[in-house]
Ligand binder design. Structure first.
Ligand code: MN
Length: 469
């Protein structure tokens, strides 16, 4: 992964010319050739043009438009999200809240390593990303509220020449302030001091921190130590409040979600086109991955299920290493992540290009039921009601073809159908595949929610049939 020889030669070059000296030389040369006003304008631009820890409008104009923090989402939208969070925090009824001060702590992810010095692809903690747009690891978002005044502080890693040589540019403290529109940006090394001062000055403050889900292990340990030493204060989880906000998507999020779904849908269509008997499941995985990336997705949203024949009976079959036989159905459950937004689509098809009679029968039952359920969404049911509807529709259709005994009715029929579709029919979809996990499936749908509709039939004689949207 890392090329020792190339790296040494870069170090030699920097050693020889000196990075600082080289930069100063360029600015001096430039100064001699420019008028003062040009210099001012250009040095402002140069500051914005510096590569940061993530794409910006200056360095990646093909990804980020002026005024956006991340692709498709404007600066202002992040402010509105943080304001909404704090309005919900201060008006929350779970604690005797009136007049109290609050501190909300949302950590970013840390880098995770697969083996010595070899990192996994970094994926930012979703809640942190939602409120900042910041892709820096080991950072912390703090929002404090005192007498209805909110202050946002972003703690990020300082710039470091040696680390940046290895891992690429960091955004750093100064540019974080400008890039993310927070009130204050500080080095993450100053977090402890900041936190201690805050809780000393605000002895009855409420500390909002998700204590059950450890995102940043070092920070988690530190917070526990500090809170033990400081007072009798306890953590209150902000996650329910955060997920309620994330549940309702804005227009810009809906546009990103549509594109994410479009990309994976085209990628799966292409994969079906090129698939033929004797290919391996692995090759179809490679095809869907390639097609998603070529169409602009960053990566797949989850390890895809590519299952032929009876492998499709394993709901989370991700080993994907079997050869697809002539008569097999293939099941593909794949989604991509497009600028932070996930899709989740499942399709099944006969590898030969032609269904057997039996395969077509089951396929069409699932397709019919899926279409009926999609229409039912207009009535704004709860997801649990949608699931009950699916079991009832599926039960009746399977009775018609003799897979479920005709005398069953009511709950017994629903239970019999569940054996053929042993999973829920829907979940919320968004930045995460199983988005806003704290939200019950027993609440009515509302405009702005995005959900999957994924009925299926697990039939163990020869194949599995499953459709998702
Ligand atoms: Mn799903």
């Amino acid at each position: 992964m890392f090329h020792g020889a190339r790296c040494c030669s870069i170090i030699r070059q920097i050693g020889k010319y000196g990075q600082q000296r080289y930069t100063r030389y360029s600015i001096d040369t430039f100064r001699r050739n420019s008028s003062q006003s040009q210099i001012e304008e250009l040095s402002y631009k140069a500051a914005l043009c510096r590569a940061c820890g993530q794409p910006t409008a200056a360095t990646h104009p093909h990804l980020i438009k002026d005024g956006e923090v991340v692709p498709g989402i404007q600066f202002q939208e992040f402010r509105e999200r943080r304001n909404k969070l704090m309005e919900n925090i201060v008006s929350h009824g779970c604690v005797a809240n009136a007049g109290k001060s609050h501190i909300v702590i949302i950590p970013s992810s840390s880098k995770v390593y697969m083996s010595e010095k070899i990192p996994y692809v970094f994926r930012q903690n979703t809640d942190f990303l939602y409120f900042t747009g910041c892709q820096e690891p080991d950072s912390i978002l703090i929002i404090t509220a005192k007498n209805e005044n909110f202050e946002t502080v972003l703690f990020v890693r300082q710039r470091n020449e040696h680390s940046e040589l290895w891992d690429g540019p960091r955004t750093g403290v100064e540019d974080a302030l400008r890039l993310f529109g927070v009130d204050l940006a500080l080095p993450v090394t100053e977090f402890e001091q900041f936190f201690i001062s805050f809780i000393n000055e605000n002895k009855t403050s409420i500390i909002w921190y998700e204590n059950m889900d450890i995102v940043q292990p070092n920070l988690h340990t530190k917070l526990h130590k500090l809170i033990k030493a400081a007072s009798s204060q306890k953590f209150i989880s902000p996650t329910n409040i955060i997920h309620k906000i994330r549940l309702i998507k804005s227009q810009s999020e809906i546009d990103l979600m549509k594109e994410s779904c479009k990309i994976v849908s085209a990628a799966i269509s292409r994969t079906i086109e090129i698939s033929k008997p004797k290919m391996s499941e692995h090759q179809l995985f490679a095809t869907v991955d390639y097609e998603c990336r070529m169409k602009g997705a960053e990566f797949l949203a989850y390890p895809p299920v590519v299952a032929s024949g009876k492998n499709a009976n394993i709901i989370h079959y991700i080993i994907n290493n079997q050869i697809i036989q002539d008569k097999d159905m293939v099941l593909m459950d794949a989604g991509c992540e497009y600028h932070g937004y996930s899709s989740d689509v499942t399709r099944t098809w006969p590898i030969s290009g032609t269904f057997t009679e039996e395969q077509r029968l089951l396929y069409e039952i699932v397709l019919d039921i899926q279409n009926i359920l999609i229409c039912k969404l207009r009535e704004m049911p709860t997801l649990d009601e949608l699931f009950r509807d699916m079991c009832s529709l599926l039960g009746k259709r399977l009775q018609e073809i003799g897979l479920i005994p005709k005398h069953l009715s009511g709950d017994k029929l629903l239970a019999a159908a569940y054996i053929y579709c042993p999973h829920h029919v829907s979940h919320y979809l968004g930045m995460d595949v199983h988005d806003t996990g704290k939200i019950s499936r027993n609440i009515k749908l509302q405009p702005g929610m995005i959900v999957t509709v994924e009925p299926g039939i697990t039939y163990s004689k020869t194949f599995y049939c499953f459709i998702v949207n």
